[in-house]
Design a protein around this ligand. Sequence first.
Ligand code: ZN
Length: 505
Amino acid sequence: MNWVRIVLLISCWAVAGSASADSTASNGASAPVVIVNADLADGTGAALRKANIRVQGDRITAVGQFEPTAADHVINGAGLVLAPGFIDIHNHSDGGLENEPLATSQISQGITTIILGPDGSSPWPVGAWLEQRRRNPASVNLALMVGHATVRERVMRADYKRIARPAEIAEMAKLVEQGMAEGAIGLSSGVEYDVASYSNTDELVALAAAAARHGGFYMTHIRDEADRSFEALNEEIAIGARAHIPVEHSHIKLGTVKVWGKAPEYIRVIEAARRRGVDFLADCYPYDAWNSNIKVLVPDKQYENPGSVARALADVGGANHVTITDFAPEPGYNGHTLEELAHAAGVSPVEMFIQIIRKGDAAGTEAMIICQSMTEPDIKAFYQQPWVMVASDGGIDARHPRGAGTFPRVLGRYVREKKWLELPEAIRKMTSLPARRLGWTDRGIVRPGAIADLVLFNPKTVLDRATFLHPETLSEGIETVFVNGVQVWSGGKPTGARPGRVLPK
Ligand SMILES: [Zn+2]
């Protein structure tokens, strides 16, 4: 096979790929694709090996040392790694997909499946929303969680700032079951956030049990990721044990000065729970800063109490660790730290914080912030656990660089530069490990018969380029991405194809 022929075949395939963009599904009638000369990371964590892959329709039909036939479209993967497409188990693209179904910031990272509705907040009703996704398919596959806060608000309305009554919990459980019956794959919670923070453990157990009855798992942003991280972790483990449900710990972190450096202790608690039979996995995004609303900083919710605010700022390492990213009443604040804003206004950081709270409340909004409050040794310790996977907590239009950079960042910085992880293990954390939590055996792995969600990337150049100032900047080094056997990303841009499916449990 000479180069001219390969190039011709690749361009033929690209044309075929975009031509099929209008048809709603890959129909298996297109010519087989064979990827040759790549180093295969099959998703299991096994060492890289040379293998050719044949894709026919939406499936991988052959893996090994075979020769392409004249009928095959051949893609030369020399110098590239071929891996299963990345599965992002914590993704906030549910709002962005309608207008941006090509999901460029996602497929450019090698993501082929996104799990939506995390942190307790999901579209509702589940069935109608999923139907809309089927009518307007995306480039990527998706699946949806039922949000705990979503059902809590439907039942308690504005009167949510209290413990729920048994009848209300029963009603919420019914809604969780409805969501699961309509196609959701589990229950998510964001117990640190306002609506859910008033729920007690019994409520969460009851709702998790409702999801478990339908084969779902429990994905949770726990009650506290700061000083009370250990209490919150123990509550989460208790929920998993009492509801007999697999647990996915969202964005594992230790986010205040008092718990910095305690990852080894945190890990010991989790490993003890795993030994007791709690099916516990976690995910982690590769950044030392989180992104949320400004109120999350103050755990006692005394947002205008100078003592509480001062403590909150000290807990995250100071006002220079807090950057406003989006504040509609004062767009000029965006991109500045609380310390800079206070200095410019001639007030203390505490006073500045309280002013922002008051302006936000008056306008019916909250400032969004980035808070640099995690440490690299803790992130490294978490990433090196075999039960910790990679997830972005990002999505289309994220204000945090993780939205466009997560997966290439792990491959470029944690694998190639810092050598925290071997490449095959990092790939496992992006593919078969999330697939295991989702209960999927035909994705997240390269083997004959598996679905052809695939990514070809250059291990020497793959790297995130998104920054806190320019979070939209696309990553580099992801060469080609297939979803359900259809090429969605090639030559640094989307092909326009939208073969993504709504995936069931
Ligand atoms: Zn979260």
